[in-house]
Write a protein that binds this ligand. Structure first.
Ligand code: AN7
Length: 368
């Protein structure tokens, strides 16, 4: 056996043992990294694309709906896709500290990856409006958490200025490496389905993710990995829908705190995505979000956070416009465990408490 062949075999074997290497190694030729980029990874990416029959059935007409369950990333949200890139590039440039403003998920992800890279992480959050799980993560990963008396938009203004004035790298989605990493979700969808879907349904906050997906779909189409491009359908919570109503929202409000954003940084890019994909933006009420959240939990065994359920709520709202036989992917951006308070308050479960610890009581309560 030739030497090259035996080295190749050993490498393949190593790959098998290690499993999925993380998205930078998996999609290296598509990403702005070089041999000298230190790869900071938690083996993010390769998330499941799960058929969701109860939603397909509600639409009918042989429509197939899938959930891209990005809540199964290492810190429980799609942010890890962008963060592996942003932090690797920050590390490459010699940076020692990163900062972000966040409704929660960015802070959790930035903290985890920064710490893994041996860097300091500062996170600015709106005091009282970050779901418990996300706050817990930022604290456990050892970020320095700064909670301000203001909303996400105020926090972003501050960190943008801070990163201009001081030697600290901004890792919000204004950082172009974030979008580069996040575009790999579109690659994975095409790699799995063998073609792009007809519609991509996605929640929007700062609209970085919808922009990143579109980049991914365009790049794969250009490389002949797919023949079509999806219509990009972006959804926002009704009380926080600057992109739907085409105006800045001073005091955004929604149960979906992840997307409680009134002045999206990627607004112009998002409008371009909508226009070039023949897509559309629509608002969904908190009630519709919770209804979709419950359907996913009760009928599919999928627990996502409220912001993610906006993609399902939006699809259901537009179901009459879905073409026959269409393939639709809804992006579930974050894990349901992120927001336990929302889960405890919004479910239809039968929950008996304070029962005596004996079999008779339990059996009787069960209806035997
Ligand atoms: C679960 O963490 O902005 O439209 O600071 O956490 O790319 O902003 C989170 C956004 C959707 C919206 N779903 O994505 C933050 C933050 C979940 C999210 C979005 C977010 P973008």
């Amino acid at each position: 056996m030739s030497l090259i062949k035996s080295i190749q075999q050993r490498l393949n074997q190593k790959k098998r043992i290690q499993g999925w290497p993380g998205l930078i190694e998996a999609y290296r030729p598509w990403l702005p990294v070089t041999e000298s980029t230190p790869v900071i990874t938690l083996q993010e990416g390769s998330t499941p694309l799960i058929p969701i029959h109860s939603i397909s059935e509600r639409i009918g007409r042989n429509v197939k709906v899938y959930a891209k369950y990005d809540g199964l990333n290492p810190t429980g949200s799609f942010k890890d896709r962008g963060m592996t890139m942003a932090i690797s590039k920050a590390k490459e440039s010699g940076c020692e500290a990163v900062i972000c403003a966040s409704t929660g998920n960015t802070s959790a992800s930035a903290a985890a990856y920064a710490k893994r890279a041996g860097m300091k992480a500062f996170v600015l959050i709106p005091d009282g409006y970050v779901a418990q799980g996300k706050l817990a993560q930022a604290l456990v990963y050892g970020a320095e958490v700064l909670a301000i008396k203001g909303n996400f938009d105020n926090a972003l203004d501050i960190v943008r200025e801070l990163s201009n004035k001081y030697p600290i790298t901004l890792v919000n989605s204004v950082n172009p490496f974030r979008l580069e990493g996040q575009k790999t979700a579109a690659f994975e969808i095409i790699d799995t389905l063998g073609e792009a879907p007809d519609w991509l349904c996605i929640p929007m906050g700062n609209a970085g993710n919808i922009t990143a997906y579109w980049m991914g779909f365009l790049e794969y189409k250009k490389a002949n990995k797919s023949k079509k491009l999806p219509r990009m359908m972006g959804f926002q919570a009704a009380g926080s829908a600057p992109l739907v109503f085409n105006k800045k929202i001073e005091n955004p409000e929604t149960i979906a705190t992840a997307i409680r954003i009134g002045n999206p940084v990627n607004k112009e890019k998002a409008i371009l995505v909508k226009e070039s994909s023949n897509g559309d933006f629509l608002d969904v009420t908190d009630e519709e979000i919770i209804e979709a959240y419950k359907i996913l939990g009760q009928n599919e065994g999928i627990f996502c956070e409220p912001a993610s359920a906006a993609s399902i709520a939006g699809l259901l709202k537009r179901k009459n416009e879905v073409p026959n036989n269409a393939t639709i992917v809804c992006v579930l951006t974050g894990n349901g465990l992120k927001d336990p308070d929302c889960a405890i308050k919004n479910n239809d479960a039968v929950f008996h408490t304070g029962l005596e610890a004996d079999i008779q009581t339990v059996a009787k309560t069960m209806g035997f």
